[in-house]
Design a protein around this ligand. Structure first.
Ligand code: G3H
Ligand code: ZN
Length: 286
C-alpha cells in the first residue's frame, strides 16, 4: 500500500519542489487529503501524531483506516504513511505495524542520546525498507517566538552520515499559529545546512508561513513541508459558517446529520490542500 518516499523526496530536493506532509485526525481528514491527492494526481504523505493516533484508537486503526480508504477511493497515486513526532516506543510500534516512514523525534534528548536512539531506529527501519525522519534543533511552540532553537550544522552532518532519510531542522519555524512578532525563517542557517548535507530537509510548522518564504526554503533544500494547523483552521471556519447559515440544523434540511454537518469542513480541507500543492510545486505523477 505504502511508498517509503525515498525516491520521491530525493527527486523533490534535487528538483526544488516539495511534497506536503498532511496530518490526519479522523476519517474526514483522511478522505479529504486522499481526495486532493487523487484529484491532482500528486504523491502524498499522510502522517499521524501520537496524540491523534491515540484519539483514533491506536496506530493499527490508523493504518487500517488509511488502507481501507485508499481501496474505497481507488487511490493510484503514491501514498507514504508516516508517524509524526514519534517517541522511541511509538516508532518501534509503527515500524512493526508496517508504516512506510517514521519520524523519531529525539530533539528533547541530549544530542548524543538523540543520535544513539535515532541510529537504533534507523537500523531497524532500514532492515524493513522503512524510511526515518529525525529532528535536531527545536521547532518552536504555538505562538511563542522565543521557543525554537536553530539546528547545528555539525549535528546535521552527523545525522545525515548516520543514514537518516530526511531531517527536520529548527530554522526559526514554529508549530501552530505564528505570532505577530515572528522574525521569519532563518535562511542563513538553512543555507549552511543545505550546503553541508544533501538529504531532503523537512520544514515543520508549515501552516502560516508566507508563501514567498516557503518557496524560498524549497528552492534551498526543503523537500517535505508539514501542514496541520492550516487544515484545522479551514475545517473550523467552513463548519462555523455552515452552522451560522443553517441555524435550523435540526429542522427541514436534516443538517443535524453528521454526514452533512462535516461535509463543508471536509471540502475546505481538500481545497486548502490543493492550494498547498500549488505552493509547494508538487508535480503530478507520470
Ligand atoms: O509535524 C507537524 C507539523 O509540523 C505541523 O505544523 O500545525 O504548524 O502546520 P503546523
Ligand atoms: Zn512538526
Amino acid at each position: 500500500y505504502f511508498d517509503n518516499g525515498n525516491k520521491l523526496f530525493d527527486d523533490a530536493r534535487k528538483n526544488q519542489y516539495a511534497i506536503g506532509a498532511y496530518n490526519i485526525n479522523n476519517l474526514e481528514w483522511t478522505r479529504a487529503i486522499l481526495r486532493a491527492a487523487a484529484e491532482t494526481n500528486t504523491p502524498v504523505l499522510i502522517q499521524v501524531s501520537m496524540g491523534a493516533a491515540k484519539y483514533m484508537g491506536g496506530y493499527k486503526f490508523v493504518k487500517d483506516m488509511v488502507e481501507d480508504q485508499m481501496d474505497a477511493m481507488n487511490i493510484k497515486v503514491p501514498v507514504i504513511l508516516n508517524l509524526d513526532h514519534g517517541d522511541y516506543e511509538a516508532a518501534i510500534k509503527c515500524i512493526n505495524l508496517g508504516y512506510s516512514s517514521v519520524m523519531f523525534d529525539g530533539h528533547k534528548l541530549p544530542i548524543e542520546e538523540n543520535y544513539a536512539r535515532t541510529k537504533e531506529i534507523v537500523q531497524l527501519a532500514h532492515s524493513r525498507g522503512i524510511a526515518v525522519e529525525a529532528e535536531i534543533g527545536k521547532v518552536g511552540e504555538n505562538q511563542d517566538t522565543s521557543s525554537g532553537e536553530l539546528a547545528d550544522v555539525e549535528d546535521a552532518m552527523a545525522f545525515a552520515a548516520m543514514g537518516v532519510d530526511r531531517l527536520a531542522c529548527g530554522i526559526g519555524n514554529i508549530h501552530g499559529i505564528y505570532p505577530a512578532d515572528w522574525q521569519g525563517l532563518n535562511f542563513a542557517r538553512l543555507q549552511e545546512i543545505a550546503e553541508a548535507i544533501d538529504i531532503p530537509l523537512v520544514l515543520h510548522g508549515g501552516s502560516g508561513i508566507p508563501k514567498d518564504q516557503v518557496q524560498k526554503a524549497i528552492s534551498m533544500g526543503i523537500a517535505k513541508v508539514n501542514i496541520n494547523t492550516e487544515f484545522q483552521l479551514a475545517f473550523q471556519d467552513a463548519t462555523r459558517k455552515y452552522i451560522e447559515n443553517n441555524l435550523d440544523l435540526n429542522k427541514d434540511n436534516k443538517g443535524y446529520d453528521p454526514r452533512k454537518l462535516l461535509l463543508p469542513g471536509t471540502d475546505a480541507i481538500t481545497d486548502k490542500m490543493k492550494d498547498m500543492i500549488e505552493w509547494l510545486g508538487t508535480p503530478a505523477v507520470a
